[in-house]
Design a protein around this ligand. Structure first.
Ligand SMILES: C[S@@+](CC[C@H](N)C(=O)[O-])C[C@H]1O[C@@H](n2cnc3c(N)ncnc32)[C@H](O)[C@@H]1O
Length: 217
């Protein structure tokens, strides 16, 4: 992996060096609901797949057996846990320590799919356009993406609970409820958002889209 990490990514990598020890235990109450979504989210994903921010590998069991999945993450500690899940996955999995904002090692127009669950809510707003431009570069023309994000709710009760959790969620995961991922995607000319769906309340947002088929790099 490049040694020239952006200071924010260096901080995130250091954070997950600690959080990685207990991530699966800490995240368990949320993972109980995420695990109900992951299979339907990934059942139609085929071909060459790049999963960015693969974490401890919770998605890996849900890919169809013929998918060829490359999972990248900043954190070696998170990847170490993902390796165990990769061994039990039906599909072929390669795990690499890499930064989603610096994918120079990957060729353009290589992937049929780009998947990221709970990555962009962790990624600082200033770095999101960089990671999204990399996503657009490595996707094939017509290649598709699915991103799952967590957002502030408009429901006052849910919002109050989120605000109470916000400092903890940021300290432990680096995540924020006020990221502007959808706007950043819409600002990239060769990316097209085809559908947005709330998976729960108005807080868990699935963003689906594709790289325009006529894109010229
Ligand atoms: C909240 S976890 C989500 C893990 C997994 N996607 C899931 O659904 O359980 C966020 C992950 O993104 C990784 N990450 C954050 N910024 C990254 C970047 N720039 N490149 C690659 N991985 C990154 C973190 O190391 C962490 O493992």
């Amino acid at each position: 992996m490049s040694t020239h990490l952006h200071p924010d990514n260096l901080a995130l990598r250091n954070k997950y060096r600690v959080t990685g020890w207990f991530y699966d235990i800490l995240d368990y109450p949320w993972e109980r609901q995420y695990r109900k979504w992951r299979p339907s989210l990934l059942e139609s994903v085929q071909g060459q797949v790049l999963e960015a921010g693969v974490g401890t590998g919770h998605n890996l069991a849900s890919y169809p057996s013929d998918a060829q999945v490359t999972g990248i993450d900043l954190s070696k500690r998170m990847l170490a846990k993902a390796h165990r899940r990769a061994q039990r996955a039906a599909c072929n999995v390669e795990l690499v320590q890499a930064d989603a904002t610096q994918l120079q090692a990957l060729s353009a127009n290589q992937y049929d799919w780009y998947i990221a669950t709970f990555l962009y809510c962790v990624m600082p707003d200033t770095l999101q356009p960089v990671a999204l431009a990399e996503m657009a570069r490595v996707l094939k023309r017509g290649g598709q993406f699915k991103l799952v994000e967590i957002l502030y709710s408009n429901d006052p009760g849910i919002r109050r609970r989120q605000e109470r959790m916000a400092a903890f969620v940021h300290r432990v995961y680096g995540a924020r409820f006020d990221r502007q991922t959808l706007s950043h995607i819409r600002a990239i000319p060769n990316l097209e958002v085809t559908q947005t769906t709330f998976l729960k309340d108005d807080t868990y947002l699935l963003i689906e889209g594709r790289k325009s088929a006529g894109t010229v790099e």
